[in-house]
Design a binder for this molecule. Structure first.
Ligand code: NDP
Ligand code: 8X3
Length: 253
């Protein structure tokens, strides 16, 4: 029986790249996101290309009851999840704390922190009877440092860092590994979402430097997951060569 990976936020960027690399290695996939058309297209492509099977779950990780019902509805054989990649997440806005949009704050905290928690509770309970499993939480350099106007997004990723440490302790008796993957700048749809569709503003974030691409992160996640059973990589901070800290970057260099 093939292994199973459940990937949240699989319609774009890092989640989509993870779906590709796990499919390439013969995993069957549970892919979760809100955009049905995009998810269906990705799933069909991967099934055809790699002869694997994919279960699509259309859900918003913020909606606790709907999410639980959507996951509960998966047939029992799909609940033998070996790897959970808690990737769904976003930033909204880049404003000083006195000017921040409180709806944006809710969206970030509800998605990046509470959504990750809801999924983890459900899937860790699926893993526990199997006495094994691997949870990958996508944190960020923003969970290690705080930068101007990053306030709430940085707080949400600091929470992911703390939760990864807490999960590692709590799930230790059950043989479940927990790894935090903390990327610097990755050119995905992240900045387009942060700037609410302003593609020019988003593009400027990466002007004059070579950012990471989603495949770089998926490649690191595959490395982490493919270590022997007795080895766990607790966390990884992965930056573009042109980025030293959250804010110090070398452009046109
Ligand atoms: P993208 O915007 O390209 O992808 C985000 C994914 O998350 C999409 O598939 C989206 O799917 C999904 N998503 C967002 N909100 C929800 C929700 N409420 N319910 C379900 N799915 C949701 O960005 P990235 O690939 O860059 O981001 C992935 C993760 O990486 C995020 O946690 C982000 O914070 C983190 N990260 C990104 C960095 C970067 O520079 N890009 C750096 C460090 C960390 P859909 O809209 O279809 O639901
Ligand atoms: C995304 C990277 O630097 O915009 O987590 O916070 S950053």
């Amino acid at each position: 029986m093939s292994k199973i990976a459940l990937i949240t936020g699989a319609t774009s960027g890092i989640g989509e790249a993870c779906a590709h690399i796990f499919a390439q290695h013969g995993y069957n996939l549970v892919l979760l996101a809100r955009r049905e058309d995009r998810l269906a297209k990705i799933a069909n492509h991967l099934e055809d290309k790699y002869a694997i099977t994919i279960k699509q779950v259309f859900a918003d990780v913020r909606e606790k009851e709907n999410l639980a019902a959507a996951l509960d509805a998966i047939p029992a054989e799909w609940k033998k999840v070996d790897v959970l990649i808690n990737n769904a997440g976003l930033s909204q806005g880049l404003d000083p704390i006195d000017k921040g949009n409180t709806d944006d704050w809710d969206t970030m905290i509800d998605t990046n922190v509470k959504g990750l928690l809801y999924i983890t509770k459900i899937v860790s309970n699926w893993m526990i009877p199997n006495k094994q499993g691997h949870i990958i939480n996508i944190g960020s350099i923003a969970g290690q440092e705080v930068y101007p106007n990053g306030n709430v997004y940085c707080a949400s990723k600091h929470a992911v860092d703390a939760l990864s440490k807490g999960m590692r302790i709590d799930l230790l008796p059950h043989g479940i590994k927990v790894t935090a993957i903390n990327p610097g700048m990755v050119e995905t749809e992240f900045s387009i979402v942060r700037f609410k569709g302003d593609a020019d503003k988003a593009k400027k974030v990466y002007d004059g430097l070579e950012p990471l691409i989603a495949d770089d992160i998926a490649d690191a996640i595959w490395y982490v997951v493919s270590r022997p059973k007795h080895v766990n990589i607790n966390d990884m901070l992965i930056m573009p060569t042109a980025q030293a800290t959250a804010t110090i970057v070398s452009r046109n260099g």
